[in-house]
Design a protein around this ligand. Sequence first.
Ligand code: PLP
Length: 386
Amino acid sequence: MSKLKHPADGGGNNASDPRNDEIRRRIRQWVRPEILDLTAYHVPDSSGLVKLDAMENPYTWPDAVVEEWLAVLRDASLNRYPDPSSRELRARLHQLFAVPQDKGVMLGNGSDELIQLLTMAVTQPGRTVLAPDPAFSMYRMITIFSGMEYVSVPLRQDFSLDREAMLAAMARHEPAIVFIDYPNNPSGRLFDERDLVAIIEAAPGIVVIDEAYHTFAQATFMPCLEQYEHLFILRTLSKMGLAGLRLGILAGDALWLEEINKIRLPYNINILAQLSADFALSHQAMLDEQAEAIRRDRAWLGGAMAALPGVTVFPSDANFILFRVQGGNAVEVFERIRAQGVLIKNLHRDDGLLRDCLRVTVGTGEENRAFLAALDKALQDLEMGS
Ligand SMILES: *Cc1c(COP(=O)(O)O)cnc(C)c1O
C-alpha cells in the first residue's frame, strides 16, 4: 500500500518548516473559529482486524449476483453526466420504502449529505438545531459546519427520550431542525412513539426522523408524512449492506424538497451509484435475508454478552449493541479486545450517559464469536490483574 498520507493527516508537510507559521497565521485569519475548534471525523485504522466498529453489514453477495452486477456496470455511460435527478432510482425507492404517493424523495451522497443540505437550507446566525444526547455525531458536526448552534438534550439513564426536557428546550430555542435518530445511535433504542408525536406537534421548524436502522428495527414514521408537512424521514442504504455506495434518501413534502433541492449539487449521485443501487434493490430478498440473519444474531450475541459478569447490555433494535463494563475499565477492555484482533467502538466519556460504554456491530457468526471470546478474555484477565 502507498505510504502517502491524506493531506489532512499532515501529508508531506514538515511540521517544523518555518513557512508553516505564515500558513497558520493566514488560516487563523480566514477559517471560521468554530471550524478551527473542530476535530475532523476520526476513522481508526482497521487493517488486519475483525471490523465491528462501524455498523456495516458483514455479508457480501454470491458470485452469480456479483457477475450480474458487473454486467450492468459494463453498460454504464461513464463519458456522460448521470441523470441529475436519479429518476428511476427515486421511483424504485419511493415504492420500496412505502413513501406516501403525494410525498417526494430526494437522494444524497449518503444521508450525511442530506443532513448537510437540510441545515444549509435553513441556516442563519442565531438559529439552532436540536437533538437528543447522545445521538448520531454528524448532527452536531454538520450543524457547526453550517454556522448554527447545536442544542442537545440529555436522554434519561435508560436512554429513553426525556419528553419534558425536549419540549422545554424546543420552546426555549425554537430550533430550525429537530433531529431524532430512530432507533437511536449509539443506544440502539427505539424511542416511545407518543414522545415523538408530541415533539413533532410542538416543533416550530422541521423534524427529521432518521431511520438509518430501519431494516433492523422495522418501525417507521413514514405513514405520518401524510399528517405532518414539516416531518421528514431519512433513510440510508449504508446499513443495508451498501455503505461503500453512499446513498441516502430523504422523504418529505414536495414543496419543502423543492427548496432543498436548489442547493443540491446537480450530479451528486454518480452513475455507478445509481446503477448499483438500482441493481442491489432489485435483489431485495437477498438484502432481507441478510438483515434477518443480523437480527437473529443480535439476539444471540446480546444474550451471550449479558451472561458475562460485569457486563450490562442495552436492548437494541439496530445492528449494533451498546454495553457497559463495570469498574471504570471500558478503555482498557476496548484496547484488550483490539489487541486480540477485534475492532469495536469506544464510546466512553468521563461523564454522562456513555460512561464505561462500548459498542459492537453485529457481524457474521464467526466474527461475533471472535468478539465474544475476546471480550470474555479481556474481562477475565483484568479480573485477575494480569
Ligand atoms: C450510520 C448512520 C447514518 C448513515 O449515514 P450515511 O451517510 O448514509 O452512511 C445516518 N444516521 C444515523 C443515525 C446513523 O447511525
